[in-house]
Design a protein around this ligand. Structure first.
Ligand SMILES: [Zn+2]
Ligand SMILES: [Zn+2]
Length: 145
């Protein structure tokens, strides 16, 4: 379920790999909740605490066990790549989406370590070398379950 992407710079030979998706890190719902509780920089910390302590909060794969969900993991916890478009820095971080019955969405919010601006999910596959700025070559994908 998880995968890594490897890139190498054609100019200086510097290589990077990013590990994304969900792997063994998040084996079950309880563990997922624990990880969520440990995240500091969420969009609304207080609201999230409320969600996680709610008995009606469900994991989308555990549907049969609960009847009246108020909240639903719309996107289970997974590693995604975020970027700062100003610094052109990339960060593999946890992404998830929780939707309330009223349609309210909760997603994590992260900021750049360099400039403090809000990070955005990376939409394309173009990576610049952190050393020299040249566009890196995609080497391959590593898969694991
Ligand atoms: Zn380079
Ligand atoms: Zn930045």
């Amino acid at each position: 379920m998880g995968y890594g992407m490897e890139y190498v710079c054609p100019n200086c030979g510097h290589s990077v790999s990013y590990f994304l998706g969900f792997g063994r890190l998040f084996p079950d719902f309880k563990k997922t909740c624990e990880i969520l509780s440990e995240l500091d920089n969420l969009i609304n910390r207080e609201e999230l605490d409320k969600i996680l302590s709610s008995e009606s909060f469900i994991h989308e794969n555990d549907e049969d066990k609960y009847e009246n969900p108020e909240y639903l993991f719309e996107h289970v916890l997974s590693g995604e790549l975020y970027e700062c478009s100003d610094c052109e820095k990339y960060y593999p971080l946890n992404f998830f989406r929780i939707r309330s019955k009223e349609g309210e969405l909760f997603v994590p919010r992260y900021s750049c370590e360099e400039c403090g601006r809000e990070l955005h999910l990376k939409k394309d596959d173009v990576f610049k070398c952190p050393k020299c700025g040249v566009i890196m070559d995609f080497i391959g994908e590593i898969l694991w379950d």
